[in-house]
Design a protein around this ligand. Structure first.
Ligand code: NAD
Ligand code: TYD
Length: 337
């Protein structure tokens, strides 16, 4: 593994993964292949623009000819697929792009990887494929997939294709199922950056329903280290859960953000719940730990670092919260409040 195609590398986790890989490995070539949708930002990768180990290609993972050309031009041996439509609420408002990119796009990449005999295809998946998990149960990799939103169903569909390519064609694949990430470059439509940037502007924090839904919030760089570990040491054809195994209710997360920013709890506004809202996700990560992995950041440390990053990088998020974002915000939140 030397020449990696990182699809979706201009997005939140993809960009952090590029930073991680270029910081850690001096002899890897990294090609980011990204459509630059509303969520993709070239500036997330600005520090590497002059580095000879880094190349940016703008393209759609559904465009087989473009993917093939990039793989050929850069002698790619490994694809790591981060590219996706990633927001559950947007997938409820408009499922078409989610299905197209997440299912058809993943299939396109698999087809290129198979026909060009790549060394590895790694799929970035999510804990949401398991569906809502009642306490005290934790999801293990062999558990049935019961996705309940268009987003999670599309990610489960993609995973099934990845596995089918492993079984049918012997494509060397691995999959990671990550829990909710937080950290730098997180697009402010997701809960933690949305609550943080709203709080900074003294705007309401729209908590869905009673706010007692449970998530495992992990620091994005921990997730990136786990993906790297699975690329180096993971077994082909295997799936690895990636999370902290620490459960946090959304309302507690909102309180902590307000505490860090010294803002009043009165900013919290309970709004109409998300349709089909998954009440709880919880992973069992023992399979990943057996590879030697452990999360470096506690939830409190991860949240503190994340919130501080947004305080210090207003120039990054302020321009995003205009134009298309405001239209989306109105559509998503106007009738809820
Ligand atoms: P993001 O929305 O921040 O970024 C997605 C990136 O994909 C953007 O750069 C976008 O331009 C690009 N993209 C979208 N459609 C594309 C297409 N058709 N062709 C090429 N590029 C395209 O997403 P993220 O939060 O960084 O998530 C990355 C991956 O991790 C996704 O596969 C997601 O399902 C998965 N994941 C995310 C989380 C999380 O908490 N954010 C947790 C687990 C798994
Ligand atoms: P989100 O960041 O969208 O991630 P996911 O839905 O993939 O878990 O949401 C995290 C949690 O926060 C989820 O339970 C939904 C909730 N949430 C709110 O309460 N209000 C909001 O405005 C958003 C975007 C999310």
């Amino acid at each position: 593994m030397r020449n990696l195609l990182i699809t979706g590398g201009a997005g939140f986790i993809g960009a952090n993964f590029v930073h991680h890989m270029l910081e850690r490995y001096t002899d890897y070539q990294i090609v980011v292949f990204d459509k630059l949708t509303y969520a993709g930002r070239r500036e997330n990768l600005a520090r590497w623009e002059e580095d000879p180990r880094f190349t940016f290609v703008q393209g759609d993972i559904c465009d087989m000819a473009a993917v093939r050309a990039a793989v050929k031009a850069h002698a790619i041996d490994t694809i790591v697929n981060f590219a996706a439509e990633t927001h559950v609420d947007r997938s409820i408002l408009a499922p078409d792009a989610v299905i197209t990119t997440n299912v058809n796009g993943t299939w396109t990449l698999l087809e290129v990887a198979r026909s060009m005999q790549l060394e590895r295809f790694h799929q970035i998946s999510t804990d949401e494929v398991y569906g809502a998990i009642p306490a005290p149960q934790r999801s293990r990799e062999g558990d049935p997939l019961e996705p309940r939103s268009p987003y999670s169903a599309s990610k489960a569909g993609a995973e099934h294709l990845v596995y089918a390519y492993f079984i049918t064609y012997g494509l060397p694949v691995t999959v990671t199922r990550g829990s909710n990430n937080i950290g730098p470059f997180h697009y402010p439509e997701k809960a933690v950056p949305l609550f943080t940037t709203n709080a900074l502007d003294n705007q309401p924090l729209p908590v869905y329903g009673d706010g007692l839904q449970v998530r495992d919030y992990q620091f994005v760089r921990d997730h990136c280290e786990a993906i790297d570990l699975v690329l180096q040491k993971g077994q082909l054809g295997e799936i690895y859960n990636v999370g902290t195994e620490v459960e946090t209710a959304n309302i507690d997360m909102a309180h902590k953000i307000l505490d860090i920013l010294d803002k009043p709890y009165s900013l919290i506004t309970h709004v109409a719940d998300r349709a089909g809202h998954d009440r709880r996700y919880a992973l069992d990560c023992s399979k990943l730990r057996a590879l030697g992995w452990r999360s470096r950041h506690t939830f409190d440390a991860a949240l503190e670092q994340t919130v501080r990053w947004f305080v210090e990088h207003e120039a990054w998020w302020r321009p995003i919260k205009s134009g298309e974002y405001l239209e989306y915000y109105k559509r998503q939140y106007h009738d809820r409040t």
